[in-house]
Design a protein around this ligand. Structure first.
Ligand SMILES: Nc1ncnc2c1ncn2[C@@H]1O[C@H](COP(=O)(O)OP(=O)(O)OP(=O)(O)O)[C@@H](O)[C@H]1O
Length: 218
């Protein structure tokens, strides 16, 4: 499905002259649950930002079903139930209810329709249907993280990509998030996760380690 081919990234104003990401290849297939671990500064966020299109690689391509992502319109990638991203920070809009936060990406993308049933489904999946009318400032950090996951699932993505999804969560909340990812994966969504969190590893089907920009299967 998703393929990274020979991705390299040099930053212009980097503190060192090595590339932040160095000739990385990775294939994400259906049903995969891949975790990328590695020390701070090893290039994980850079790699994930390249996959999301936030950063342009110096070399290499990211392809979905054999088509280079940069040649696809954002609409084709995100709206055709393809890839969803959960980046660091919750990024929920504080003046909007949880329900409106879940609608917001669809609204921005110009998708119309009655999504009330889907809102109920995703909130039930994350165990937070009771929060449908709440504002984000009434929710805990762990609950906000699960709402961010619910939002990423609105379009029933084939692949869900999450950068450090359990950072700053206590063990109880981290386990809730990991169990949720396991359930999402069992229901057919492939997962690609970057993590410092060793607790994630037993949940993953494959583990890669990133070190000084190089990615290797463990
Ligand atoms: N905008 C930037 N400009 C220059 N260099 C950068 C930039 N962002 C990251 N780097 C450098 O690229 C390397 C990889 O950083 P990156 O943030 O991708 O690592 P990481 O593994 O995600 O770290 P962390 O887990 O702490 O987020 C580091 O050497 C960092 O200093």
């Amino acid at each position: 499905m998703l393929e990274l081919q020979n991705i390299t990234k040099y930053y212009k104003h980097s503190v060192n002259s090595n590339p932040a990401v160095n000739h990385v290849n990775l294939l994400v297939k259906e049903k995969d649950f891949i975790s990328v671990i590695g020390p701070s500064g090893s290039g994980k966020s850079t790699l994930f930002h390249i996959i999301t299109g936030l950063l342009k690689p110096s070399e290499g391509i990211v392809a979905l079903d054999g088509k280079e992502l940069t040649t696809l319109k954002k609409k084709d990638i995100f709206l055709a139930e393809q890839i969803s991203f959960i980046m660091q920070g919750q990024n929920l809009l504080t003046n909007f209810t949880v329900e409106d936060n879940l609608y917001f990406p669809l609204y921005l993308a110009g998708i119309k329709g009655d999504y009330r049933e889907r809102v109920r489904e995703v909130l039930e999946l994350v165990g937070l249907y009771g929060a449908v009318s709440s504002y984000p400032d009434r929710l805990s950090g762990g609950e906000l993280r699960r709402i961010a996951i619910a939002r990423a699932l609105m379009q029933k993505p084939r692949i869900l990509i999450a950068d450090e999804p359990t950072s700053n969560l206590d063990t109880a909340n981290a386990i809730k998030v990991m169990e949720l990812f396991r359930k999402i994966n069992e229901e057919g969504t492939a997962l690609l996760i970057s993590t410092h969190d060793e607790r994630f590893l037993p949940y993953s089907k494959s583990i890669y380690r990133m070190e000084m920009g190089n990615l290797a299967l463990l």
